[in-house]
Design a protein around this ligand. Structure first.
Ligand code: GLA
Length: 403
């Protein structure tokens, strides 16, 4: 009996060992060590995406310093596919992508960038095009052959499928296809993917879709319950509290793509949105048409000191350390022992706000230097805390470093 048990144990260990090294040798384990950065077509172009736009984004990434700032992935969302052929191969919409996906991926790669694509766990995507259900291995092989580096995998038309099993199936298919592909799971947080997603995907959506507004929301009936399925960025932010411990290198909470530069968000609101996504260690997937962005929006998206907070190698998600109603203090631990701090003012007033060192894990007698990351200015050193006026619907973002 003892021998039988040890044989079983050995087999399990060998199996586990094999799958771990399979992931490692295929590069899976090294992907997304910091939150992925890039651009995705959905927030601006919806289903009206085409290869001209995608090529233009790749050109612009290089010409306007996006690549240099760390943005890497150019991702086509829903609407590139149209049908399946008699062999079950996914068919590309030739009107929108006349040169085909491989040529487009090659073009993006020729710019030193990476290329991403979208599919769905169900039989149809949210836009009504063929999903990957039943074709997981075939699609994964196709993506690998095209040179895809990133897959966003949606959750429409999935009936009563098990969420973890369905995502695990596609993850296995991607691994089997043998190309390192960042796996972005988009099931809107409905099955709490932060609880099971590590090791399945590299990032998982935590909420329904973002909209380019401060706090709008659209209520719909889902399974007899009223839920908000399209929400502004402050509402998404509120839903991130409590998820902090689930994020880390290779496995990130995804509060959805950026709306910076979209809708009627003001410059201050855009700054707040970007700062807070950086504090959340959120994937930074741009959702605007960067080719027509205002200089103000470009300055926000290309601020390297703010981006460095997001990309900090420690990979800690920021935490709300104080909530005084409209006034909030957020803190994110950085690898060098310093803290990024955001003083977030949701009100329409310009209050004086402060952070105490004890709130961000330092003793009150500590002398620390303070740098204002948006003004790119050293503010000198301070003991015990720091106070500053914060504009309406905006933030002050600081780096606090012990002396
Ligand atoms: C869902 C996703 C969006 C987008 C669309 C595409 O709504 O959450 O991010 O991918 O589908 O149809």
């Amino acid at each position: 009996m003892k021998n039988v048990l040890s044989v079983i144990l050995m087999s399990v260990l060998v199996l586990l060992g094999c799958s771990a090294s399979f992931a490692a040798t295929n590069g899976w384990d090294n992907l997304a060590q910091t939150p992925p950065m890039g651009w995705n077509s959905w927030n601006t172009f919806r289903l009206e995406i085409n290869e001209g736009v995608v090529r233009g984004m790749a050109d612009y990434f290089v010409e306007r310093g996006f690549k240099d700032a760390g943005y890497e992935y150019i991702v086509i969302d829903d609407g590139w596919q149209v049908d399946r052929d008699a062999q079950g191969n996914i068919v590309v919409n030739k009107d929108k992508f006349p040169s085909g996906i491989k040529a487009l991926a090659d073009y993006v790669h020729s710019k030193g960038l990476k290329f991403g694509i979208y599919s769905d766990d169900g039989y149809k995507t949210c836009g009504g095009f063929p999903g990957s259900l039943g074709y997981e291995y075939q699609d994964a092989r196709q993506y690998a052959a095209w040179g895809v580096d990133y897959l966003k995998y949606d959750w429409c038309n999935t009936g009563n499928q098990s969420t973890p099993d369905s995502y695990q199936l596609m993850r296995n298919a991607l691994e089997k296809a043998g190309r390192p592909i960042v796996f972005s799971m988009c099931e809107w947080g409905t099955s709490k993917p932060w609880q099971w997603g590590k090791g399945v995907g590299h990032l998982w959506r935590t909420t329904f879709d973002i909209r380019p507004c401060w706090d709008c929301g659209q209520r719909v009936l889902s399974k007899g319950v009223q839920v908000e399925n399209f929400i502004g960025f402050t509402k998404i932010l509120d839903l991130q509290v409590g998820s902090e411990s689930y994020a880390g290198p290779g496995h990130w909470n995804d509060p959805d793509m950026l709306e910076v530069g979209n809708g009627k968000l003001t410059a201050d609101e855009n700054k707040a949105h970007f700062s807070l996504w950086c504090m959340l260690a959120a994937p930074l997937m741009l959702g605007n048409d960067i080719r027509t962005a205002t200089p103000e929006t470009l300055d926000i998206l290309l601020n390297k000191e703010v981006i460095a907070v997001n990309q900090d190698p420690l990979g800690k998600q920021g935490v709300k350390v104080r909530d005084d109603g409209d006034l909030e203090v957020w803190s994110k631990s950085l690898h060098d022992g310093s803290r990024a701090v955001v003083l977030f003012n949701r009100s329409k007033l310009e209050p004086n706000m402060h952070v105490l060192w004890t709130e961000i894990g330092y003793p009150s007698h500590l002398d620390a230097t303070v740098r204002d990351l948006w003004n790119k200015k050293d503010m000198g050193s301070s003991t015990g805390g720091y106070a500053v006026e914060v504009p309406a619907h905006s933030v002050v973002m600081l780096k606090v470093s012990p002396q």
